[in-house]
Structures are given as structure tokens and as C-alpha cells.
Design a protein around this ligand. Structure first.
Ligand code: F3S
Length: 660
């Protein structure tokens, strides 16, 4: 049975399609636009575009009004020339090519040399070379590289930046990189081959290995189509054609001979980046005619039969199978001959996600047709719009249930922010509901993931209003409720000191503040909390008591293992004589420190053998005296000291307290 297989990556690449789109829109608006050179390397397509008012010219002086730079790009001097002539410049340079311009410009600003791997006569390479600030050369092969190394001994000796033509042959590029590294020691290589090209070449190589012949469709001047033909020729016979007519005129007989040579013949079709989908379709049709094989006709007719079932018109909802994904778009099959494209911005409402994060090859997704371009045979679709519809249903449900919806802040707008829900619904959050303080900046929450409550839904206008503040409040309340539920005496926390008063500090325990009284900060005697902590410090605290009604928590930062009383009890006993330092004077006596954290009282009656009426006349703060421990009250943690007892024991040797 004879079989025809069309490569999924055949035809327009992203850059060419973008350029065609730009040109068509510009022609629609202005009547006529000019392109500097042929917009694409396909005569049929160029003629079709000409009918729509897109006219190729060879020099900017031939243009009037505006001129389009095609996807290949152009040297910087061309942009200058266009500006000098006062023409409007419509830049349709493919973003992948523009990236090379930027790389070459930026990396050669220090005067370092640049090597372009590619065909120096190709417009893309000519354009790239026009962005270098230092020396720049182009080589197309290992031989050309050897020649360059031999003839120019100074080129690339300091630093060599290397870029490659987007459509360059992958295998040749791999070999050339090795050679470049051998010849040049200080080299920065940027792999700028376009992924669309890699994918197309890889698929063509694989398909040609399974086929008896490949039909490669492309313009005579299209280098990427010529490369495809070379790749395919390594595995099977190749018929190179620009369109269906040329295939019939030049290859019909050869094809017929091939078909009659065996029973089971498999023929593949691929096409260069400048080949419109309608030409691929025409070639497929003609192939079927040529084959005149019942089985093939049946297959083709079945495909035709399918077409009316999937109707591609704007607004129609269809099922699409993802056949390729790259950084800028997803290519989908919607069951018709036209290729379907979902640009990155139509895949997801979340700008933080790339197409590869949203879909993968083989996924079957619901989409809405946004545009059908009959000229190039493409169908443009949106997954985001389908998601947004589903998202709206979930939003309404969330409002009814007062549920919190998660989303990402995607834009700052007048009076608030836009939050895009995980399901793609756009929700306006007024500044007052954003949770950003009055003097804060809304930009600070841009791209942040947030939860919000739905406070208003207007289905008719598709308007949803939300409140991040309400969701935050609910979350905080939930945290607090859990805190009180789980709180118990003895529970330990590590919290931040939020504020300080003369009587203690307030510590954040995770949404609820607790208080550590001055006397609970340390075992030592301190007059102000600032002697031991600062606001912002992390403090290890234990719950002493709490009152859920009054929302009060009393904490202690004292640790039992540091308790000086335990140390005192281990080291001292009643009757011991100790050297102590007077720390305070009261009318009834003086307190003196025995060890840090344990003070004893020298009662007024125990200071001297004489009767003392004013303690301050006999003792002063800071004075060190010798005293006897006369009583230890373990229960009340109190120590009584006596100087008098020592004096009595020592007879009348000393009348006054010892002083250091
Ligand atoms: Fe651009 Fe790649 Fe096409 S570089 S023009 S998308 S082949």
C-alpha cells in the first residue's frame, strides 16, 4: 500500500508567519507597503502577497511611506538609511534573529572580534554582520575556518564571540564548534540555531529514513529548504519543488516510475520555513492524483470527509492535540489540514509561565478559534479564553461559598491591581483591598501569588472584584484561633521582640503577642529590659499563664537550668561566712548580692553591735562587706545575712563592717 506522510513541522516557522502577519496588517491599513527584498523565499507566496499590496523592493529609495524589514533582519546601516529617507520602518525581524543582533552588538562593544558561522551571502548573515562593533568574519565550513586561521593571525586572538545562522545545519555546527575551540583559546560560543529549524531538520531526517522518497517543498533561494533536501537525500531519494505545478511538470514521471517499482511505497513531505500551508496541501492533493492508488485516495478522501466536522471559524470551540511546543507558541492539530497555533500569551493568563510549563506534546486541550488566515492557511487559537470561561464558573462558586481563590498579581491598573486566578479568570482588586499599606507601592505585589475573596461578580460585564485583604484577614484569624486552641502553660516559643516598655517586652508568638515582665527576662536583677534585649531580637520564651478571654499571654525567658537559687543551695549553707556586695539600701536594712541572682537581706538590727537608725549612714551601695548566713528560707527563696553575728563572734576586735 502506498502511503503519504506529511511532516508535522513542515511549513511556516514562527518568524516567517509573524512577518507575513505584519505585512498583511500593514497593507490592510495603508493599501500598499514595501518590503526590503522578498518577504519570504517562495515565489507563489510573494505573488499572492503582491496581490494584497505587499510589494518587494531592492532598495529603500524605491519605497514610499513605509518599508518592512523582513524576518531575516538587516544591518544597522539599513535602519539608519531608512530613517534618513524619512520612511516609516516596520521591523518584522524574527525575534530569534534580533537576539543575535543584540548578542553581537553587546559582546563586541569592548572591541572583541566576532565570528558568524553561516553563509556570508545570506541576508540574515549580512544583517548580523552589520551589528558588530569590532572585527567580524563569516565562515560556512571547516575549510573556510582553516583558511581564516591561516590568513588572519590577529583575528580572535584576544576574545572571540561566535554566533551561528539560525538555519545552519545542526551536524555541521557541532563539528565546527569543536574546530573553533581548537583554533581559538578564548572563545565565547552562543548557540543561536533556531529551535524551529532543529525540530524541522530532526523530523525530516527521521521521516526520510522511513520513506522511499521525500518531497521537499521550498523556494529556489530558500537556504533552509535546500538544507532539508540535503538532509533527506542522505537517506532516500528527494524531489525538490516550489509548488504543486512544478512537481507535476518536473517530477511526475519519476514519481510514477518509483511507485511502479514496488507494492509498498512510502513518500514523505516536508517543507521549508517559507512554505505556506496551502502549497503543502496542494502538493499533498497532487501527490494523491499522481499515485492513483485506491488506498491513498481513500485515505485522502477520509481526511477531506473529516474537514467539515471541525469548522475553523473565529469563536468556535475545538479540541486540539499539541504536536509541538517551543518558547513562543504551541502548534496544535485540530483535525483539519490547516496548522493551528496558540501563541504563548494565549496559552495561559499567567505571564510567569512559558508554553512548555502549560502544555506538552500529546496533550488534548480545549481551545477557541480566534482567527483564520486563509492566505497562509493558519488557524490561530486561544486556550486562555477557554480557561477564563471555566475560571469564571469557579469564581462564582467561590463567591457563593466564601472560599479563598489563589492567583497571581498580573498587572497594576488605575485604582488597584489585576489578579489572574489559577483558572485564568481576571479579577480586579481595588488598592484599598490589596493589603498594601496606604503609603506602600502596588508594584511591590506584582507577580506575587496571593489568595483573595470574591466580593462582587458581574457576569454580564465579565467583571469580578476581589479582596486580598479579606483573605489575609481570614487567614490571620485562622492562625490565631489555632494558636489559642493549642496554647498551654509550659509551651515554648521562639519569638521576635516587637516592642519594649519599662516594665517588660512584647514578643510575637506567630500572630499573637505575649508579654515578658521585666522580672521574667533574666534571673539577674535588671532595671530596664534594654539591659538584656533589643526590639527585633529573637527570644526563647515559655508560657507562664494565659487568658484566652482577655487575649493575654504571660511569658518567661528564664530557664530553670540557669536558676541561680539552685546554684546557691548547692554551694552555701546556714552559718557560712560570705563576702557580699550591697546592691540596695532600704529603711529596714540592706540587700547584698551573694552570687549573681541571689541577694540576702542584712536587716537593720544585724548591721552593727551598735543600734543603727539610718542604714545609709553605715552602708552604701557597691560596698563589699563580710556577713554570716543566718537563715535560708528555701520555700520563699530568701536569705538572711548578719554582720553583727560576725562581730559578736569576733569579740570587740572590730566595731565597724569590713570594707575593701
Ligand atoms: Fe525565525 Fe527560526 Fe523562522 S529564526 S525566521 S523562527 S527559522
Amino acid at each position: 500500500m502506498t502511503e503519504i506522510v506529511t511532516a508535522k513541522t513542515a511549513g511556516y516557522c514562527f518568524g516567517v508567519r509573524q512577518a507575513v502577519d505584519i505585512a498583511e496588517k500593514a497593507a490592510e491599513k495603508r493599501g500598499t507597503v514595501y518590503t526590503l527584498g522578498q518577504l519570504i523565499h517562495n515565489n507563489d507566496a510573494v505573488e499572492r502577497l503582491r496581490e494584497h499590496g505587499v510589494i518587494p523592493v531592492n532598495d529603500p529609495t524605491e519605497a514610499e511611506g513605509s518599508i518592512i524589514i523582513r524576518s531575516h533582519g538587516a544591518p544597522r546601516s539599513v535602519y539608519d538609511r531608512i530613517a534618513e529617507l524619512g520612511l516609516e520602518c516596520i521591523d518584522a525581524t524574527c525575534p530569534y534573529v534580533a537576539r543575535i543582533h543584540k548578542l553581537v552588538d553587546e559582546h563586541s562593544r569592548d572591541g572583541s572580534d566576532t565570528l558568524v558561522v553561516g553563509d556570508r551571502k545570506h541576508p540574515e548573515v549580512i544583517g548580523i554582520m552589520g551589528f558588530a562593533n569590532g572585527e567580524i568574519r563569516a565562515v560556512d565550513s571547516g575549510e573556510e575556518l582553516d583558511e581564516l586561521v591561516k590568513s588572519d593571525k590577529t583575528f580572535g586572538t584576544k576574545l572571540l564571540n561566535v554566533v551561528v545562522q539560525t538555519t545552519f545545519d545542526m551536524c555541521k555546527w557541532t563539528d565546527l564548534q569543536k574546530k573553533i575551540k581548537k583554533h581559538y583559546t578564548n572563545v565565547k560560543i552562543f548557540d543561536t540555531i533556531c529551535r524551529a529549524t532543529i525540530e524541522r531538520q530532526t523530523e525530516a531526517a527521521a521521516l526520510s529514513q522511513q520513506c522511499d522518497a521525500m518531497v521537499v517543498i521550498g523556494g529556489a533561494h530558500s537556504s533552509n529548504s535546500a538544507k532539508l533536501a540535503r538532509i533527506c537525500a542522505e537517506s532516500c531519494r528527494v524531489f525538490f519543488t516550489e509548488n504543486a505545478g512544478q512537481l507535476v511538470r518536473e517530477h511526475k514521471d519519476s514519481l510514477k516510475r518509483l511507485l511502479s517499482s514496488a507494492n509498498d511505497v512510502k513518500i514523505g513531505i516536508t517543507a521549508g520555513a517559507s512554505t505556506p500551508a496551502y502549497i503543502i496541501k496542494e502538493v499533498h492533493n497532487i501527490m494523491s492524483e499522481i499515485i492513483k492508488d485506491e488506498a491513498v485516495d481513500a485515505e485522502f478522501m477520509a481526511a477531506i470527509d473529516q474537514m467539515p466536522r471541525v469548522r475553523a471559524y473565529a469563536g468556535n470551540r475545538v479540541k486540539a492535540t499539541v504536536v509541538a511546543v517551543n518558547k513562543t507558541e504551541a502548534v496544535v492539530d485540530i483535525g483539519i489540514k490547516q496548522s493551528g497555533y496558540i501563541p504563548a500569551e494565549e496559552l495561559s493568563a499567567n505571564p510567569n509561565l512559558s508554553p512548555e510549563d502549560v502544555v506538552k506534546v500529546g496533550d488534548v486541550i480545549d481551545c477557541i478559534v480566534t482567527k483564520v488566515n486563509d492566505a497562509d492557511g493558519f488557524v490561530y487559537l486561544s486556550k486562555k479564553q477557554v480557561d477564563a470561561q471555566a475560571g469564571m464558573e469557579k469564581i462564582i462558586k467561590a463567591k457563593d461559598e466564601n472560599a479563598t481563590v489563589n492567583g497571581t498579581v498580573t498587572a497594576v491598573v488605575k485604582g488597584g491591581v489585576i489578579v489572574t486566578s489559577e483558572d485564568g479568570a481576571r479579577v480586579f482588586v481595588p488598592a484599598s483591598q490589596s493589603g498594601v499599606p496606604r503609603n506602600g507601592k502596588l508594584e511591590d505585589i506584582l507577580k506575587k501569588e496571593v489568595g483573595f475573596k470574591v466580593i462582587e461578580v458581574n457576569e454580564g460585564r465579565g467583571r469580578v472584584v476581589g479582596s486580598i485583604k479579606a483573605a489575609d484577614r481570614e487567614a490571620t484569624d485562622a492562625v490565631k484561633a489555632k494558636f489559642w486552641e493549642e496554647l498551654e502553660v509550659g509551651k515554648k516559643f521562639v519569638g521576635e521582640v516587637k516592642s519594649m516598655e519599662s516594665y517588660g517586652v512584647f514578643v510575637d508568638l506567630g500572630g499573637v503577642d505575649g508579654m515578658v515582665h521585666l522580672t521574667e527576662l533574666t534571673w539577674n536583677r535588671v532595671k530596664h529590659p534594654k539591659e538584656v534585649v533589643s526590639v527585633g531580637d529573637k527570644l526563647e520564651v515559655t508560657v507562664k499563664s494565659f487568658d484566652p478571654e482577655k487575649k493575654r499571654v504571660s511569658l518567661t525567658a528564664k530557664k530553670p537550668e540557669d536558676n541561680p537559687w539552685t546554684k546557691f543551695m548547692n554551694e552555701f549553707a546556714e552559718g557560712d561566712v560570705v563576702k557580699v556586695q550591697v546592691v540596695s539600701i532600704t529603711p529596714f536594712g540592706a540587700f547584698a548580692q551573694i552570687i549573681p541572682g541571689v541577694d540576702g537581706l542584712i536587716h537593720i538590727s544585724q548591721i552593727s553591735l551598735e543600734r543603727v537608725t539610718d542604714v545609709s549612714k553605715v552602708l552604701s551601695v557597691g560596698q563589699i562587706v563580710e556577713a554570716k548566713i543566718t537563715e535560708i528560707d528555701e520555700e520563699k527563696s530568701r536569705v538572711s545575712l548578719s554582720i553583727k553575728a560576725l562581730l559578736e563572734e569576733g569579740g570587740d576586735e572590730e566595731e565597724a563592717p569590713a570594707e575593701e
